[in-house]
Design a protein around this ligand. Structure first.
Ligand code: FES
Length: 160
């Protein structure tokens, strides 16, 4: 849904505060984008423009930084984040089938948001809990030794 003028101005005010309140000595384009994403969980277009103004660089300069790092996202995330691990240990433990099941249950084909905006699915190459493989995580909370039934229950909770 397109933002109206006052929504856009409100977000600009919030972004200016975020940029100005950075605790670091040197404020850069990158530090500003990180601060904005930490706070808003994504970079709206106003973030690019306000960062350019604050850092006295062009919008293209900011875009070149924002688009270089794959951790930046430009659309709002879903209400919950589901990280699914397809790293080597989880792969050997059968993660591919479980990830396929997650895709089917969420009705998506890969990373991204469900149509209702309830869940963002992300792939991970290791969630750091290989001994518990296969591993999923919901909002950074680990769920190890995943099975078909556990995936089913987890996703049912996220989508109800
Ligand atoms: S490979 Fe999956 S948690 Fe390490």
């Amino acid at each position: 849904m397109p933002k109206n003028k006052s929504d856009s101005e409100n977000i600009r005010i919030r972004i200016r505060e975020i940029i100005s309140n950075q605790k670091r000595k040197t404020v850069t384009v990158l530090s500003s984008l990180i601060a904005i994403q930490d706070s808003l969980h994504f970079l709206p277009e106003e973030a690019i423009e306000e960062t350019a103004v604050h850092c006295k660089v062009t919008i293209n300069d900011v875009w070149s930084v924002a688009s270089f790092y794959t951790n930046f996202r430009f659309t709002p995330p879903g209400n919950n984040t589901l990280d699914v691990c397809w790293g080597p240990t989880c792969h050997i433990s059968g993660s591919q089938k479980l990830i396929g099941q997650a895709h089917d249950q969420l009705e998506i084909n890969g990373e991204g948001e469900t149509k209702d905006g309830k869940v963002t699915l992300r792939y991970s190459t290791c969630l750091g809990a290989c001994a518990q493989s296969p591993v999923f995580a919901v909002n950074h909370k680990m769920h190890g030794k995943m099975t078909k039934n556990k995936v089913d229950q987890l996703i049912n909770k996220l989508t109800k």
